[in-house]
Design a protein around this ligand. Structure first.
Ligand code: 5GP
Length: 189
């Protein structure tokens, strides 16, 4: 029988430590591919087109919406983000497993599509600690932090829709928990 890859979806509020945790998973599971999203947001310092994101303009993004080329897409913190349907379906049909780092709106679209997936939500230990982390990170203005905190409330409310919830109170322990989930799921391939 043809071997199909597995689709993993990870969501978390901004500042929950998702990027670090995903980095650890990708290091531990080299057979797992990362799906590079498209976004209309401007690149941050150090971000590379084609590695972190494909940076495109709003018109280009909208054209792909009209053509139905996104597996999912959403507006997050004022910018558009999307996952290429062709890329994901091709990788899975080639037997490769894929990791998608997407927000709760995009994850919901994939869940509603009845695509087979393993969904994981990364939870900060508390809303206060999340705020402290965003302030310490120093990459966002107070207005953006406020917006991210408001979004965090509704994102956290979606956690029960996910197959697994990992609490990031300690990065080492959270990475171990997350890798354990991947180890089990990859073994079942
Ligand atoms: P950032 O701009 O900080 O890299 O990402 C902001 C948010 O957008 C994160 O929650 C991230 O998971 C989400 N995101 C990144 N790529 C995609 C995507 O392709 N689709 C959706 N729906 N969300 C995405």
């Amino acid at each position: 029988m043809e071997k199909k890859g597995k689709l993993f979806v990870i969501s978390a509020p901004s500042g929950a430590g998702k990027t670090t945790l995903i980095g650890q998973v990708l290091k531990q599971f080299p057979q797992l591919s990362y799906s590079i999203s498209h976004t209309t947001r401007r690149p941050r310092k150090g971000e590379i087109h084609g590695k972190d994101y494909f940076f495109i303009d709003e018109q280009g993004f909208q054209t792909l919406v009209d053509q139905g080329q996104w597996l999912e897409w959403a507006r997050v913190h004022g910018n558009f983000y999307g996952t290429s349907k062709a890329f994901v379906l091709e990788k899975l049909s080639q037997g490769e497993s894929l990791l998608l780092d997407i927000d709760v709106q995009g994850a919901k679209q994939i869940m509603d599509d009845n695509l087979s997936l393993v969904s994981i939500f990364i939870l900060p230990p508390s809303i206060e600690i999340l705020q402290q982390r965003l302030e310490k990170r120093g990459t966002d203005s107070p207005a953006i932090i406020l917006e991210r905190m408001e979004n965090a409330q509704s994102e956290i409310a979606r956690q029960s829709a996910y197959d697994h919830v990992v609490v990031n109170d300690d990065i080492k322990r959270a990475a171990t928990d997350l890798c354990f989930i991947f180890k089990n799921e990859m073994r079942l391939l």
